[in-house]
Design a protein around this ligand. Sequence first.
Ligand code: FE2
Length: 300
Amino acid sequence: MNEIDVTTLPINKQFSRRLIRPDSWIINCYDPSLAAPHPHIIIGDEKALLIDPTYTRLPLREYLEQYVTDKEIMVACTHDHHDHTNAAWQFDDCTIFMSEFAWNTIQGRRELSDEEGRWNAGQPHGTFVPTILKPGDTIDLGNRIVEVLPYEGCHSPGSLIYLDHKYGLLFTGDELECGQILVGGKRAGNSCVETLRDNVVRILEGWGDQIDMVCPPHNGSPFDKHFLDYLVENCERIMDGVEGDPNVGSMSYLFNPFEDRSPEKIKETLEDPDTFRSEWKGTSIVYNRKRIFRKDLNQE
Ligand SMILES: [Fe+2]
């Protein structure tokens, strides 16, 4: 296969965009890895909001300003993970929103050398100081309000879930998606399947009639909100004792030719005797069978 240095191509060949609702785009940043997340950008009468700048090393800001919007761009991070936040440095002088947990993690990452922080090697850390958001806070884009919904992070403790009230788009980061939801892993804090179920039930009861589509960065966006009902069913099957598949890999997780985790890490994850994948009606939850209920968490 011939390798192309994509950075030598015109900027509109380094990225593409797909409209999912009026003034609402998903951006494809060229990346050979199936695991690469995709930024979304939504545009109001006065400002635009980029949800998850991702870890692209390509000039995302330049592309957005040339091809997507002439409005002032603000940035909202769903969670701290490097693949969602590393390119935030490109927006150093913009308003950047995130949770306090995410900010603490990012400050810690700024202390690391290139070798220690290999995910960001060769890239600036940025000097921005974010605006901290918590559930209930809103962002006004001009005739378009975005609200942070209550959510107890299962994938990352500091996750923020954003609801665009104008078009009913729910931006969920890695907490809610079709390809796989990674719950209760070593990086996922004090979480379990029961908490995931309660999160989704709370969203459906409080905002279900306002949500039209769910927009996660990995594994396909957007998708129909009925996925959330199936996700609750999947959680309850696990809680009822229906065991998933011990072979947890997927095309975008540990099974692709551009996988950037070490062979040792892949082996450790695939051979973990307690990690399972439960698939149900198109939803997929990767969970630890020792961390299904909240009561399980107190026993460790
Ligand atoms: Fe993540």
